[in-house]
Design a protein around this ligand. Structure first.
Ligand code: G3P
Ligand code: CA
Length: 269
């Protein structure tokens, strides 16, 4: 069944245009904005000296020429690393890291990403994922809200007006965000459909569900239940054209993808 849609489906660049450029770099986010993405997704972690940086893994080994846990490194240590060269070659044939583009492939702080969004020249939304925040007992959320406040993004009039949303697999992290900023929208991510979630309920106060595309493919009726319960549905990570088609058919509100340009073209935008 095709569902009536109140808003156009949002295209969210997952870790930036991360198929074309190294994930979580300024280069990947610039490409996503150029491609016309409606929103940018990023994962945030705290460094040893309390900065929020955009890095997916616990360690920097996969996406840089360094080694070690983000939480054990200071921002200056991370700034000395190259987060771009690993993508050279077969990973992304059109991508080539040039030494003169150093800022584009340095570690990206959330603060710098917020500046990029502020300077985009059009409305670009941000979907910020707190990664394993329980270890830090509130410090990730505290720093996140501090930065959002600096950019005037921490207290939207209503969730619908917000340029930023906070996502997490941790209900506790989302609870901390809502306690500090009740109008900031939150997205509860889930990779598996546990019995607790099957009836379409989300953790208290969370308005947006973030199921994986695998859940959506195998349990389309779950999407129906979420929508009937009045929730929005943001799905990750949707890269295949047939999955984009399925999301459109099911009335999904946002597609989180590594290929924002290709998805926008498929949607005729
Ligand atoms: O957008 C949600 C998605 O990013 C969650 O998975 O592992 O890519 O952070 P992961
Ligand atoms: Ca993520």
């Amino acid at each position: 069944m095709t569902h009536a849609r109140q808003h156009p489906i949002q295209v969210v660049a997952h870790r930036g245009a991360s198929e074309e450029a190294p994930e979580h770099t300024l280069a990947a986010y610039k490409k996503a904005i150029e491609a016309g993405a409606d929103a940018l997704e990023c994962d945030v972690r705290l460094t040893a000296d309390g900065h929020l940086v955009c890095v997916h893994d616990r360690r920097v080994n996969r996406t840089s020429n360094g080694r070690g846990a983000v939480s054990a490194l200071e921002l200056a240590d991370l700034a000395a690393l190259d987060f771009g060269s690993w993508k050279n070659g077969d990973e992304a044939p059109d991508w080539e890291h040039r030494p003169e583009d150093r800022e584009d492939t340095s570690v990206l702080t959330l603060e710098r990403l917020l500046e990029l969004v502020a300077d985009a020249g059009r409305r670009v939304e941000l979907a910020i994922e707190t990664k394993h925040p329980t270890r830090w007992a509130g410090q990730v959320e505290e720093r996140l809200l501090f930065l959002l406040k600096r950019f005037g993004l921490d207290a939207p009039e209503s969730p619908a007006d917000s340029q930023v949303r906070v996502m997490s697999f941790s209900a506790r992290s989302l609870h901390r965000v809502r306690a500090a900023s009740p109008t900031l929208p939150t997205v509860y991510l889930n990779q598996f459909l546990s019995p607790r979630l099957r009836d379409g309920r989300l953790p208290m106060g969370v308005g947006i569900a973030g199921p994986s595309i695998r859940i959506v493919r195998s349990h389309p009726a779950y999407v129906e239940r979420l929508k009937r319960a009045g929730h929005r549905v943001h799905v990750w990570t949707v890269n295949e054209p047939e999955d984009v088609g399925l999301c459109v058919e099911l009335g999904i509100d946002a597609i989180i993808t590594n290929r924002p340009g290709a998805v926008l073209r498929q949607l005729g935008r």
